[in-house]
Design a protein around this ligand. Structure first.
Ligand code: NAI
Ligand code: MG
Length: 350
């Protein structure tokens, strides 16, 4: 059922983050009109806060953010902050503590958008979604280093895979596959080499498949998946994969579907009441073009569409996607500023 009021936490972040979020919110407001009241709280997290206080995500702020229904994030990252500080301290901390176990990344080639792939490769279309596990795998920080800086240094980075964690993300992927016309799910892993984790993933997919008999499944090693993604992306419908593999293949997916300016994502906790999910463009803070009005806000606008769908505002979500599709079809080679693109999409919703 559609909500009548929504508490939205906004984290504009660094670089182009505030610029693209501004346009995302314009489109959100145009899409929901007066039907739903959005109560928006903005949080100034990222490089500015770190430079001011040395903090990335104070506990009190995290507790406040938890009280919201959903989060919209721009981008985090700044050349003046040591690498990893904001990524681990803010972005990953949000994803882990809010238990965003589904990292959802759709890849769809909209009419009017140029893919770097040759036309004959795209004969079977390009419309798939990657369900990337978001809370386990090699990204949990389970590791350490000893004898650092010596020739005898040892560094470990242990991939953590739990039956519980795999089961819940695989189930989510099956549900999404079952709701799509082609009803096909591909498991991507590397179970010939990473046998321990790989076999757990494979057995889990087999077991859950019994509950979704309409869904067909297949399996690809991650290296083979990269070949198919550039030689026949039309074979994919829903992909389920672990945290690291998902990170890598979704960059390819973004590139073949028209580039970083269009790639949207959701960090989702499907057990809606447990914690707010977070929607954000895949791209980073792009310090090279920040403050110049050059950033394409479309990835953020599409992320807003995913956000609306997640909170049950399906009609508004469809309107956003439709408006983006129309804008992309009419876009051509025109160079427009960030706000010109945002205005153009929003005005199609008015
Ligand atoms: P980036 O995605 O910020 O930029 C890569 C290239 O794409 C740049 O040339 C940039 O100008 C361009 N680009 C990115 N978004 C664009 C947009 N909307 N429109 C037009 N062009 C766009 O990745 P980069 O340069 O590796 O990282 C910059 C900072 O962002 C780093 O601090 C990094 O850690 C952080 N980062 C943060 C992410 C997040 O907040 N989720 C994701 C990726 C990187
Ligand atoms: Mg990445």
């Amino acid at each position: 059922t559609a909500p009548t009021s929504v508490r939205l936490a906004v984290i504009p972040g660094d670089g182009i983050g505030p610029e693209v979020v501004n346009e995302g919110l314009k489109v959100l407001n145009a899409a929901v009109g007066n039907e739903v009241s959005f109560e928006t709280t903005e949080y100034d997290l990222g490089a500015r806060l770190w430079h001011k206080t040395g903090e990335t995500l104070p506990d009190s702020v995290l507790a406040e953010i938890r009280q919201h229904d959903v989060i919209l994030l721009g981008a985090i990252g700044d050349p003046g902050v040591p690498s990893g500080v904001l990524e681990r301290g803010l972005l990953l901390r949000l994803r882990f503590t809010l238990d965003h176990y589904v990292n959802l990344r759709p890849a769809r080639l909209y009419p009017g958008v140029t893919s770097p792939l040759a036309p004959h490769v795209l004969e079977n279309g390009l419309d798939f979604v990657v369900v990337r596990e978001g809370t386990e795998g090699p990204y949990v920080g389970n590791g350490g280093a000893v004898r650092t800086g010596t020739p005898h240094e040892i560094a470990t980075e242990v991939s953590v895979n739990t039956a519980f964690g795999i089961d819940r993300v695989v189930r989510d992927a099956f549900r999404r596959a079952a709701a799509r016309p082609r009803k096909h799910l591909t498991l991507v892993h590397k179970h010939n080499v990473l046998t321990h984790a790989g076999h757990l993933w494979r057995r889990t997919v087999e077991a859950v498949n019994a509950e979704f008999p309409d869904v067909t499944t297949d399996y690809l090693h991650v290296d083979a998946a990269t070949i198919f993604m550039v030689q026949n992306p039309g074979r994919f419908d829903v992909i389920v994969t672990d945290n690291l593999f998902g990170d890598i293949i979704t960059d390819i997916a973004g590139a073949i579907a028209g580039g970083i300016g269009l790639a949207a994502s959701g960090n989702i906790n499907p057990d809606r009441s447990a914690a707010p999910s977070m929607f954000e463009p895949v791209h980073g803070s792009a310090p090279d073009i920040a403050g110049q009005g050059k950033a394409d806000p479309t990835a953020t606008v599409l992320s807003v569409g995913m956000l609306l769908e997640h909170i049950g505002l399906d009609k508004a979500a469809q309107k956003v996607e439709q408006a983006v599709a129309e804008d992309l079809a009419a876009r051509g080679d025109r160079v427009r500023t960030t706000s010109e693109i945002g205005e153009a999409i929003a005005s199609r919703l008015a």
